[in-house]
Write a protein that binds this ligand. Structure first.
Ligand code: PLP
Length: 660
């Protein structure tokens, strides 16, 4: 099993070994409360003072305050609350204050959400204004200059979490030179990556988060300029000189302190030049692997550790899945669910076309990454490209995939069905959804299929029968519904006997009236997941609920034991062909048969004839394999199980590798 390569450093980072040691010490021997006046407390306080002093030096805070807190989201709340309370006080004192709360259009959501929340809660009724960015992702400074006289608070970020684009903080500072606006800079992605000397700027507030720089989650810092207004978010025992009450997170502070010392010593983290070299190597492999790739932020304005890209014709989900199969952990540049990718508001704000903002991938690595890991990542990226190419998903794919039979495609819980006849290269589609059209076109194109008919189960009248090679697709009207029966039929035949129906595309039709048209084991392929996650049969429906629900889940250790006692088990990878090709085998590196979930309705026929064959399904996370196992169990195949938690959990269980 190949080890995981973690390229999602902008989401979070692994904790530095020295930071783990420091945290362990703070939780063990050094467990004291820094507020206690006895020896244990004094030692804890010394540790905290040392971490803070190091942070002050590194960030150049001068006379400013540096508060430990739980992370950037808290720091952002504190900064926004402080600024808004000051604005309210100035207003109450009759001083002129601007009416705008300006924030960069590409800010992390924590910023506009905090602005809206506290603006509402304090009843200030100020106007939130999203400051546009240009095509390179940098703030529009002309717009800022124009807004500056009316701005009460300005929030910008040091570097963007999705694109790595570095803000022109000097330019922003200059645009605000004559403005009375308070200024917050979200420095989360800048910590340890950009040289900061906060005292030399007019920045009032700067939040930081430890877990973006090799410290654990739940520890952060907030810089507050010496004369910037401050209102505590949390009141209590007066810790942090009354600025942030609550007993300090000493394990977190100790760990963050260790990271900051490592930064200061300059031995642990790679230089920008080295990191830029790594980025070039990754980009070269990506270009070779994924023809047509576009990088969504110019490298010269971005952190060397972040690459954001889109590939024409490939959805973010497909790229995420293929990288995950190769154990390369990246993230989508946008909020992405299995069926639908919401476009990234960051890329939209940069004016990128929808296809790029909804299919973007972010690859971000840490400054501790070594050259061998980058080599390995490059090799795996190229393996992913080859896997996508062999599945016909890249424009320069040379080998059209051989596909035959029934394919299910799903979008938002609704199913479209494709019938492919490999011998004649003819195809038909039933209930094509507009969102799946590009996918359907690509499948037909890569396989060299001609589309003979696009049929709908909500049609008011039945179309003529469609012949696809030796297959017949026979439309029928049943009780106000249109359904399509599929089976093999002689050339002159225009109807199918019930026993000859292998698949029935039944749309939303009720099943009872179909009894005269279908065999008991004909596979019923409905139009929505609400009816059946996959497919069913009249026999399965009649039997449903009669037998006790067996446990179909195997965990990684359970699977290892199961494989030892059942050597004839067939391991079935229900991931897509490109994921299968990109992965280094199944659980424990074992060979597996690849039947993508979308092809299950075709494969079930074979398994129906061999009900004693034990099957174990697996996929990435256990979702797809759960669907497969439930579908087969319902159809009466009692000898099937699945790997709960998927390959993600199997990788965490070394026992599997031993059993393989
Ligand atoms: N700001 C930026 C730019 C971020 O990347 C993040 C985390 O993703 C945050 C703020 C919020 O940080 P946290 O969740 O650690 O509080």
């Amino acid at each position: 099993m190949s080890t995981e390569i973690y390229l999602d450093g902008n989401a979070t980072t692994a904790v530095l070994p020295a930071a783990i040691d420091a945290a362990l010490h703070a939780m063990g021997e050094g467990f004291g409360n820094p507020s206690s006046s006895h020896g244990a407390g004094l030692k804890a306080k010394a540790l905290m003072d040392d971490a803070r002093a190091c942070a002050r030096r590194l960030l150049g805070v001068g006379e400013g305050r540096l508060i430990f807190n739980s992370g950037a989201t808290e720091g952002i709340q504190t900064a926004v609350l402080s600024a808004l309370c000051a604005i309210r006080a100035r207003r109450a004192a009759g001083q002129r204050v601007g009416s705008l709360l300006v924030y960069g259009a590409t800010e992390h959501k924590a910023v506009p959400e905090a602005l809206a929340h506290w603006n509402h809660l304090l009843g200030l009724d100020l106007l939130l204004y999203a400051l546009p960015v240009d095509a390179s992702g940098r703030h529009d400074l002309d717009a800022l200059r124009a807004l500056a006289p009316e701005a009460a608070l300005v929030c910008t970020m040091a570097a963007n979490n999705e694109t790595g684009v570095i803000s022109d903080l000097d330019g922003i500072g200059a645009a605000l030179a004559d403005s009375s606006a308070l200024w917050m800079v979200d420095c989360v992605q800048g910590l340890g990556k950009l040289a900061l000397n906060l005292q030399a700027t007019r920045i009032d507030y700067a939040p930081f988060s430890g877990h973006k720089l090799f410290a654990p989650k739940g520890i952060g810092m907030l810089y507050v300029r010496a004369d910037a207004p401050f209102t505590p978010l949390i009141m209590g025992g007066g810790q942090e000189t009354g600025l942030r009450s609550g007993t300090e997170n000493m394990a977190g502070i100790a760990a963050l302190g260790a990271v900051l010392h490592a930064l200061e010593e300059g031995k642990t983290f790679r230089s920008n030049a080295e990191l830029s070299g790594f980025r070039e190597r990754l980009a070269a492999s990506l270009r070779r692997a994924l023809p047509g790739i576009v990088f969504n932020a110019a490298f010269e304005h971005a952190l060397p550790t972040t690459l954001n890209f889109s590939v024409p014709g490939l959805a973010a989900r497909e790229l995420l899945d293929v990288f995950d199969a190769a154990a390369v952990r990246v993230s989508s540049g946008s909020a992405c669910s299995a069926a639908k990718a919401a476009p990234s508001y960051v890329l939209q704000a940069m004016g990128l076309p929808d296809w790029r903002s909804s299919s973007a991938i972010r690859m971000s690595f840490g400054a501790t990454t070594d050259s061998a890991t980058i080599d390995d990542a490059c090799a795996r990226i190229e393996r992913c490209g080859a896997a996508l190419r062999s599945a016909g998903l890249l424009p320069d794919a040379k080998i059209p995939p051989a596909a035959d039979g029934v394919v299910q495609l799903s979008y938002a819980g609704c199913h479209s069905w494709l019938v492919l006849d490999a011998d004649s290269r003819e195809a038909a589609v039933i209930d094509a959804q507009p969102e799946l059209q590009a996918r359907i076109d690509a499948l037909l194109h890569s396989g060299g299929y001609t589309l003979r008919a696009s049929l709908r189960t909500d049609a008011a009248v039945a179309a003529a029968p469609v012949r696809l090679g030796a297959r017949l697709l026979q439309p029928c009207r049943v009780a106000d519904a249109t359904i399509y029966l599929l089976g093999r039929a002689a050339a002159a035949q225009t109807t199918l006997a019930p026993a000859a129906v292998r698949h029935a595309f039944t749309g939303q039709a009720a099943l009872a009236p179909l009894a005269d048209l279908l065999g008991a084991d004909s596979l019923i392929c409905p139009a929505s997941e609400a009816q059946s996650a996959f497919c069913t049969s009249l026999r399965a429906e009649a039997r449903a609920g009669q037998s006790a629900a067996d446990d179909v889940n195997l965990d990684a250790a359970g699977l290892a034991a199961f494989l030892q006692t059942n050597p004839n088990v067939l391991l079935v990878d229900v991931r897509e062909a490109y994921e299968h090709a990109a992965s280094a085998g199944g659980p424990g590196g074992r060979a597996a048969l690849n039947i993508p979930l979308s092809r299950l309705a075709q494969q079930i026929e074979t398994w129906q004839h061999n009900p004693s064959q034990p099957l174990v399904f697996f996929c990435r996370s256990g979702n797809r394999s759960a669907k497969a196992v439930h579908c087969l169990r319902r159809l009466g195949h009692s000898q099937c199980w699945h790997l709960a938690g998927g390959m993600a959990m199997a990788a965490a269980a070394p026992i599997l590798a031993l059993a393989a």
